[in-house]
Design a protein around this ligand. Structure first.
Ligand SMILES: [Zn+2]
Ligand SMILES: [Zn+2]
Length: 406
């Protein structure tokens, strides 16, 4: 084709530039930048770029932001998903962090309320009505459970779960944390709420306001176990008392509360000291139902409902964590191992968890039991012994020769 003059050539060039501009929206980065230079020079010549500096800077920043998200060769669906939902994750983490103290206060208040009811309401009943052997049992078991729950909750909440060292070291690692930009040893994971890497991380517990990791995993599990035992103890031993209180409450709902002469029968009468032995044995003169009796009634119902529901929930949690410990894995590793086992099955291979040493050995490692007496001193009594190893290497067990990897 032959061009007649300069204006024709300019028109063709302009058409090429227009075509380029359209294509470059989808095209590679280098061509895009070349076109951008042409465009900028053209724009500056035409005087179209007269917007205030701050607007141009904001626009340039927004463009750069979008390009860093969309034009990066490493960008995949996970990165886009993380970027889009980052504000949501941040909000959830922030709320969980803030509510951590509220949850801890809630646990302390609810547990203390049950203890108060046990000492103020139940203890007089036990002392008045039970045989010396039963009194001894309730005093020993009840106080032992309270000590174990309080000790393990305090230790689980206050003990740091442990993190990899920040300074340079020779410890082996398996990957790099994208958030901390630090090497991650085996079994270490990043917690978004604590905003750091946690050794042998199990999960972040809002009820402890702490991560459950290498150094406090045993305290967490023992707390769950003893809380379950304590709740079931209250539920089973207080069942008859609850039924009496509930029936009395239901009956009294239909009567005039202010009218004296409403009779209380059964254990409750003995409990509040309103009924003498003669009255419980058939004397028809009815005692007065006071506000104090009403409060006792309600506190027994409250205690039974709370301990039975918490007992079921904590029981399920304890069983779940017990199963994981038996298999030598944490809550996070459960998902990783499941995925890995699936992947290897497709390849016709069998996946073996490298941290599974058999059920009994897993429990010994977890609880720190080295000899038989430790089952009592380290498991059934409060014990502050540290877990085996530093949480970064997993080849340290004192009875390793007995361990048979499964
Ligand atoms: Zn990290
Ligand atoms: Zn955490």
């Amino acid at each position: 084709m032959e061009y007649k003059n300069n204006s024709d050539i300019n028109m063709v060039l302009l058409q090429w530039v227009m075509l380029y501009r359209c294509r470059m929206r989808l095209g590679p980065g280098s061509a895009f930048h070349l076109l951008r230079c042409v465009q900028l020079r053209s724009c500056s010549r035409k005087g179209r770029n007269r917007l205030p500096l701050w607007v141009r800077e904001l626009w340039a920043y927004t463009r750069l932001l979008m390009q860093s998200l969309c034009f990066n060769s490493l960008t995949d669906s996970d990165v886009v998903f993380d970027s889009v939902f980052e504000p949501v994750f941040w909000t959830v983490d922030y709320i969980t962090r803030w509510f951590g103290m509220v949850f801890v206060c809630l646990v302390v208040i609810l547990t203390s309320s049950i203890m108060v009811i046990a000492y103020v309401v139940l203890l007089p009943l036990v002392l008045n009505t039970y045989t010396p052997l039963w009194i001894l049992w309730h005093l020993c078991y009840g106080n032992w459970i309270i000590v174990m729950i309080s000790f393990h909750y305090y230790k689980a909440a206050k003990t740091l779960p442990g993190g990899p060292p920040k300074e340079k070291n020779d410890s082996p690692f398996v990957s790099i944390c994208k958030k901390c930009i630090m090497p991650k040893p085996a079994r270490t994971h990043h917690c978004g709420i604590c905003n750091r890497c946690i050794l042998k991380m199990d999960h972040h517990c809002p009820w402890l306001n702490n991560c459950v990791g290498h150094f406090n995993h045993r305290y967490f599990f023992s707390y769950c176990l003893f809380m379950t035992l304590g709740c079931f103890y209250c539920t089973i031993s207080g069942r008859n008392l609850f039924l009496d209180a509930y029936n009395a409450h239901e009956r009294l709902k239909h009567l005039d509360m202010d009218k004296p002469g409403v009779a209380i029968t059964g254990n409750l009468g003995l409990l509040v000291g309103l009924l003498s032995a003669a009255q419980t044995n058939g004397d028809t003169s009815a005692p007065v139902y006071t506000l104090k009796d009403k409060m006792i009634n309600k506190s027994i119902i409250y205690m039974w409902v709370l301990t039975s529901t918490v007992g079921v929930a904590m029981g399920a949690l304890t069983i779940w964590h017990g199963l994981l410990i038996s298999k030598g894995e944490t809550s996070i590793e459960r998902h990783i191992n499941k995925k890995e086992a699936k992947r290897m099955t497709k390849q016709g291979k069998i996946y073996k968890n490298p941290f599974n040493y058999g059920k009994l050995n897993n429990w010994k490692v977890f609880l720190g039991v080295e000899k038989k007496s430790h089952w009592v001193t380290r498991v059934l009594l409060p014990s502050g012994h540290p877990p085996y190893g530093d949480g970064m290497t997993w080849d340290f067990f004192p009875f390793k020769q007995d361990l048979i990897p499964v």
